[in-house]
Each structure stands twice: as C-alpha cells, then as structure tokens.
Design a protein around this ligand. Structure first.
Ligand SMILES: [Zn+2]
Length: 312
C-alpha cells in the first residue's frame, strides 16, 4: 500500500488527476495557488459564488476571514449544505473539487497590530487581547500565523501612514520570539503609488510619513531578520474585501504557490506550513486595480457611516 501510495503521489497533479473517478481527493498539488487573506460578504452572495470564483481564478486554497470567529462556522454550514461530499476538520474544508477553504480569522490586537490565523480561529480574542496571547493560542492549535500589513498604521491615519518606532520594536520582538512559526504579509491592496499620493496629502497637512511602500519595507525587514538568523518569511496575499459578487474574481491577484500534500485540511495545512518555513514557495506579487481598491476599501474606510462592515 505504501509503495502504491508513493507511486500515486508522484504521479498525481491537478491536470492529470480525474477527481471523483476512483479517488475522491487529490493527494498532491504540485503548484497550488494560495490566497490566505480573503474577506467574503456572505449576506450578499452565496458560498457557491466563492467556490465558483476559486475555480474561475484557479485558486486552489483560500482562507476566509472576518474580524471575529463567527465566519467559519457559517462557511462550514453553507459548504456542507451545498457540497455534502466535502471533508471538514478543525483546519478547514476540502471541497469535492479538491480545493481547500481554511478556517481563518483576522484580529486587531491590543498593540494595534493586525494578525491572521489560518487553520484555526481564536474565539475569545478581542481588541484588548495582547498579540502574543493570540499567537500562542493559534500556534498551540496548529495554525499558521501571519502579521498582516505589519508596517501600515492602523491607528492614526486610517492605514495611510507609517507605524511608530515602538510598534516596529514589537514586530521585531515577535519575529525573534516566534522565528520559524510566524510569517509576514505582502499585501495586494497596498498599491505604492496610491500610498505615495496619500503620503503627499498627509505631508501637506503637516503629518509626516516616513515611508509609503509598506511591502518593500516588509521585505527589507524580513531580509534583515534572516541575516540575523531569524526566519520570518513574507507571504503574498490579496486582502480581498469582496463586497460584491464581482469582487470575488479579484481573488488570487496576490498569492503564493507551493507544493502541497495531504488528504485532509489538517494535513494540507501542515504541508503548507512546512513549505513556507523551509522557504520552498514562490510569491506572486500583483496589486489589485485602483478602482477596485477605491470601491472595496478606500471609500468604506473613509466613510464608515455609509458602509456596512467597512473593514471586513
Ligand atoms: Zn484583512
């Protein structure tokens, strides 16, 4: 059986495996397309639209997040209703088409840094929970932890400015403490030219901004950590705010690819984490269109009174 499995594993990839013919799952994805930061608005369309967008954009793995832990139970309920042959465990869901939806959550922590956990949602965390409490809980439950848009100011400038030296110190401390366990995000919504314009506007208002290309900053930071012996890889994702059904097709704009193995969401998550921290993956660093960004994020954040759920 072991020999057969090995033979099967080395043979299979998405194009050659006829899913559903004799194996209900695929065991290896040679080059899975993965977007771990997607905010669905499930009051406006159904989970089948999300799955349709995964197929249309060729996205093999997503993590769906909200700013609390309520989303994943709803996703599970709707997926099992629409696709009863799905396989579900704590890490997420394997769809009958062989794609995966991971259990995920985004957090605003006490330090005002944002976090993503993929493969587990910490239920009790809120805005007053220290970042290390969320990280410890998530890691203990097998999750991948990502500090998302780490150099974006979530406090004073509605994401337009730079972060304080104190926060930079906290990111460095977390990166050293959790080396090999925590990743950093390259964010597909942080379009440099738009942030450069915002920086100009803030500077006109006498609000100094030290840098605008926060993705460049995160890559420089990760590189300097590596030189000092700390492993905090950078993962590209979209941070898609899919406020409408058509927004879903922006999924996977920024993503990474890697080889995944496993028959269950838990196994695939383990395989993904292992590839990430061995740095055996490739980022695809693409930005969303400016019009999408304006409608999906900028206007809701600038005018939160006019938009339901401006952030997620
Ligand atoms: Zn987000």
């Amino acid at each position: 059986m072991a020999a057969f499995r090995q033979q099967f594993v080395t043979k299979c990839h998405r194009d050659s495996l006829n899913i559903g013919s004799f194996f209900p799952q695929r065991m290896v994805l040679e080059k899975a397309k993965i977007d771990l930061h997607v905010h669905p608005f499930l009051d406006r369309y159904s989970i089948t639209d999300v799955v349709g967008a995964m197929e249309e954009t060729g996205t093999d793995v997503v993590a769906l997040e909200a700013l609390d832990a309520s989303l994943h139970p709803r996703v599970v309920y709707e997926v099992l209703k629409a696709y009863p042959d799905s396989l579900q465990d704590r890490a997420g869901i394997r769809l009958p088409n062989g794609r995966y939806i991971f259990n995920g959550r985004e957090y605003n922590t006490r330090e005002k840094l944002h976090l993503l956990t993929v493969g587990y949602s910490v239920d009790k965390a809120d805005r007053d929970t220290p970042i290390i409490d969320v990280i410890d809980d998530a890691i203990e439950h097998g999750a991948l932890v990502i500090i998302d848009h780490p150099f974006v100011d979530n406090v004073h400038t509605r994401t337009a400015g730079h972060i304080s030296a104190e926060l930079e110190g906290i990111i460095e401390g977390v990166s050293k403490t959790y080396s090999g366990k925590v990743a950093l995000e390259w964010n597909g919504y942080c379009i440099p030219w738009i942030r450069a314009v915002l920086r100009g506007i803030l500077t006109l208002g006498f609000y100094g901004v030290d840098y605008h290309d926060v993705n460049l900053k995160v890559e420089q930071f990760s590189g300097s950590m590596l030189e000092s012996g700390y492993n905090v890889p950078v993962l590209a994702d979209t941070d898609l705010h899919a406020r409408s059904r058509s927004d879903l097709y922006v999924m996977g704009t920024a993503h990474f690819t890697t080889k995944l193995e496993g028959d269950s969401p838990k196994e695939v998550l383990e395989s993904m984490k292992s590839s990430i921290f061995r740095r055996q993956y490739e980022n695809v660093k693409e930005y969303v269109g400016a019009w999408h960004l304006l409608g999906a994020f900028c206007l809701p954040v600038l005018f939160p009174g006019l938009f339901k759920k401006p952030r997620a």
